[in-house]
Design a protein around this ligand. Sequence first.
Ligand SMILES: NC(=O)c1ccc[n+]([C@@H]2O[C@H](COP(=O)([O-])OP(=O)(O)OC[C@H]3O[C@@H](n4cnc5c(N)ncnc54)[C@H](O)[C@@H]3O)[C@@H](O)[C@H]2O)c1
Length: 466
Amino acid sequence: MSLRQFISTRGLLKTLSALKNSIVYTWDEAARILGLDEDLYSHPLHRELERPVRVILIGAGHRGGIYADYATKSPREMRVVGVAEPNAARRKRIAAAHGIPPERCFTDWKAVFEAAPGQDGVAGAWADAVIIATPDRLHTAPCLRALAQGYDVLLEKPVAPTEAECRQILAAAQASGRIVGVCHVLRYTPYFRELKALIDGGMVGEVVSVQHLEPIEHVHMSHSYVRGNWRKSEDATPIILAKSCHDTDIIRWLVGAPAEEVHCFGNLKWFKEANAPAGSTARCTDGCQVERECPYSALQIYYRDRKRLYVFDLPEDQGLWGPLIMQGLNTTDYGRCVYRMDNDQPDHLTANILFANGVTAGFSMEAFVSYEGRRTRIMGSMGDIVGNMESFTLTSFKDGKRRSWSMKTDAHGGGDHRLVKDWVQAVGQKNPALLSSPIEVSVESHLIAYAAETSRVNRSIERVQL
Ligand SMILES: NC(=O)c1ccc[n+]([C@@H]2O[C@H](COP(=O)([O-])OP(=O)(O)OC[C@H]3O[C@@H](n4cnc5c(N)ncnc54)[C@H](O)[C@@H]3O)[C@@H](O)[C@H]2O)c1
């Protein structure tokens, strides 16, 4: 029996109430007790595909590499047959890993569509679909071109920097009849799937309100949104889209109704020059006198701790890394002082959302926390749930019983490859119903985020126009 079938029966309520109070189960234990299949999250529509889906990877950076890895794991389902990436080291790495011949390696996304033109809604002869994992401002043009030429698409979030572009992609997807999956990977995590299933199964009665916290973690914030490519909203997208469209999506999904109004406050409070400590310098490597005590020391994060090194494109031989990291700290933004950047993204924000079914949600995005992992509280008429992405506890108001589930998963809560699997299956079977985050659904989360950003900037309450 699959989990979906299982949860669709009210038997779940009965079985769970037989479990003891306040016990923490791992997923494996829970599966054994409940008599579920070994793979809790296999989709009932998954099938053996007749042939692997042929994919061209556009943007072979951090995310693109993760998605392409799925082909290595599941070669019967997906093959990477082309790559477009201006960075030579990244392009070559993908080409070598997937055996892509030089004539199918490109330095820019446009060349993909010239090399494999496709016509009248039929994709180019050597590929079925494209994965678009380029920077935020480079999603719309390749996506529209891919749809026009008959490709199905896996599109990184945020869909587009503006509402107009987002609606344009939606319209093009609907007109073409192609599949556009959006990389809202949290929907594919065991944790959020289970939370959604319990809510839909009536385990907390009717949902009344939601509190959702996204703790970015202070070093992650400094890496991506102070030093990194997402530090300026004009160059990337406002942080409520860049980071938190996942959260507006998850909240809307759990609530199960469209958003009507949103109100948002937030600003950049700490990462600015006025807060630069005495003795600090433009780069951490310039003889900064407070480097050893600064939590954002680039020397500590990248050189001594060897964290988040993917931005330096290091060779496999770790013996060569030391001087190359130092070179990166001396020449790239990752060596600059966090208080002397040109960043403008808020380092804290809070949004309130009112949904059409009367549910209210409070959302906070916080940089200044020592931990990661979304925290979610669901308040229902018959019970509540408190969770932190590793475990959650459901308390029933009827009998006071508390039941907890716990799990340890890989990065992004285990959602990355589950998303690719569902998308590949959707493309292979030409059935968008396999996707939890098609463009038609994902647009809504973005409309909430655009409205929240307008509210933050204008200090207004905004209506979400669907
Ligand atoms: N789904 C998620 O959870 C998640 C997480 C992080 C980032 N993202 C999003 O994924 C996207 C990629 O982020 P990333 O972290 O992989 O960034 P990245 O910088 O590591 O990768 C982007 C790649 O696109 C390449 N590129 C730039 N111009 C190009 C062009 N003209 N043609 C082809 N390729 C080009 C860059 O060289 C780079 O290698 C962004 O939109 C980001 O916001 C999503």
